[in-house]
Write a protein that binds this ligand. Structure first.
Ligand code: DHB
Length: 314
C-alpha cells in the first residue's frame, strides 16, 4: 500500500483523519486512555457541563439494525474532570497530537463560564462547542435557534482566542444551510463539525409493540447508517458555503473505508466515528485506515488532498 492518510488540520499534521465522535468511548479516563493508545490520530472528550451529571434513566442507548438511537441526557464527570485529564495528558505526551475538548453547557452563561476557564487554563488543544445536544428534556437545541447561535458566538469571541469549532445538528433545507453559513462566516471559527445525531427519531420494537429506550418515551438521536446521506449533505453544504479558513469535520455513518472516502470527497478534513466505534471498539480505527488506503490505492491516489472536496456534479 502506498497511499498516505496524512491530514493537516489547523496547521498540525496527523497520521490519519480518524478520531472518535464526542459521546462515544470518552466518558472516563480509562476510555480516553484507550483512544489515545488506539490507531485514532487524536480524540475528543465527552461533552461536559460545569457540574457532573448522571444523565437520563437507562436504557438510554440501543444498537439497532441500521445504527443506533440514544437519549443519554449528557451524563458526564463534570468540566474539571476533563480539564484535569486533558492538561495532564498534554504534559505527559508533549509530542502528541492536539486533542479536542467538548463543552455543552445548558445555558449561554454556563458555556461562557467553561470557555473562560479553558481560555485561562494551560489547555492548548482544540475546543468544540456543542450547539446540538438533542436529549435534555426541556432544552431545545441551540443550533436550531439562529439568533441564539449569533448571541453565543458573539459573546464567546469577545474573549476566546484558542482554536474553537462548533458541533452542528443536521439541517434539511437550503434556506437553513445558507442562513447558518452566513452567520458562522462572521466569526473566526476553526471548524464546524457536521453532524450530531438526527434528533428525536423513534425506533419501535414491533414484536413487543414498544419503544426501545426509556427517556422521552423512546425518542432519541439517530446515528449510523440512517444518517450518512444527511451527514454527507451537511458536510458538502457547509464546505461549499463557509470561508475556506473554516474546516469541516465529517461525522455521521462512517462504518467503512468507503463511507470515510465519501465524507472526504464532500470536503471533510477530520472524520469522527460514533455508532461504529460503540459497536466495534477502538480496533475500528485500524480497519477504517486499511479500508480507506485500499480504496485510494485502487484509484491511484497517494494523498487525501488529491480528492478532498472534489465531488463531481452531473
Ligand atoms: C448527548 C447527546 C448528544 O448528541 C450530544 O451532542 C451531547 C450529549 C447526550 O445525550 O448525552
Amino acid at each position: 500500500m502506498v497511499a498516505s492518510l496524512d491530514t493537516t488540520f489547523l496547521d498540525h499534521s496527523y497520521e490519519n483523519p480518524f478520531m472518535n465522535a464526542s459521546g462515544v468511548h470518552c466518558m472516563s479516563t480509562k476510555e480516553l486512555d484507550e483512544l489515545s493508545n488506539s490507531k485514532a490520530s487524536t480524540f475528543i472528550t465527552k461533552s461536559s457541563t460545569s457540574v457532573k451529571r448522571a444523565g437520563n434513566p437507562e436504557p438510554r442507548y440501543r444498537s439497532v439494525p441500521l445504527g443506533s438511537i440514544n437519549s443519554m441526557g449528557l451524563p458526564n464527570e463534570g468540566f474539571e474532570y476533563y480539564l484535569e485529564y486533558a492538561t495532564k495528558y498534554q504534559k505527559k505526551n508533549s509530542k502528541a497530537n492536539p486533542i479536542f475538548f467538548s463543552v455543552a453547557g445548558m445555558s449561554v452563561s454556563e458555556n461562557l463560564k467553561m470557555l473562560r476557564a479553558l481560555q485561562d487554563s494551560d489547555f492548548h488543544g482544540i475546543v468544540e462547542l456543542n450547539l446540538s445536544c438533542p436529549n435534555v428534556p426541556g432544552k431545545p437545541q441551540v443550533a436550531y435557534d439562529f439568533e441564539l447561535i449569533k448571541e453565543i458566538l458573539t459573546q464567546v469571541f469577545e474573549f476566546f482566542t484558542k482554536p474553537l469549532g462548533v458541533k452542528l445538528p443536521p439541517y434539511f433545507d437550503f434556506a437553513h444551510f445558507d442562513a447558518v453559513a452566513k452567520i458562522l462566516n462572521q466569526y473566526p471559527l476553526a471548524y464546524v463539525n457536521c453532524i450530531n445525531s438526527i434528533g428525536n427519531g423513534l425506533y419501535i420494537d414491533a414484536q413487543n409493540e414498544s419503544v426501545v429506550i426509556k427517556p422521552k418515551n423512546g425518542f432519541g438521536g439517530l446515528g449510523g447508517e440512517y444518517v450518512k446521506p444527511t451527514a454527507l449533505a451537511n458536510v458538502r453544504a457547509f464546505y461549499t458555503r463557509l470561508n475556506p479558513s473554516i474546516k469541516v469535520i465529517g461525522t455521521g455513518g462512517i462504518k467503512t473505508g468507503q463511507d470515510a472516502f465519501e465524507h472526504l470527497l464532500c470536503g471533510a478534513t477530520m472524520l469522527q466515528v460514533g455508532t461504529e466505534l460503540c459497536e466495534e471498539g477502538v480496533t475500528v480505527f485500524t480497519r477504517l485506515e486499511n479500508e480507506l488506503k485500499e480504496i485510494m490505492d485502487r484509484k491511484g491516489y497517494t494523498s487525501i488532498e488529491q480528492f478532498r472536496g472534489k465531488l463531481k456534479s452531473l
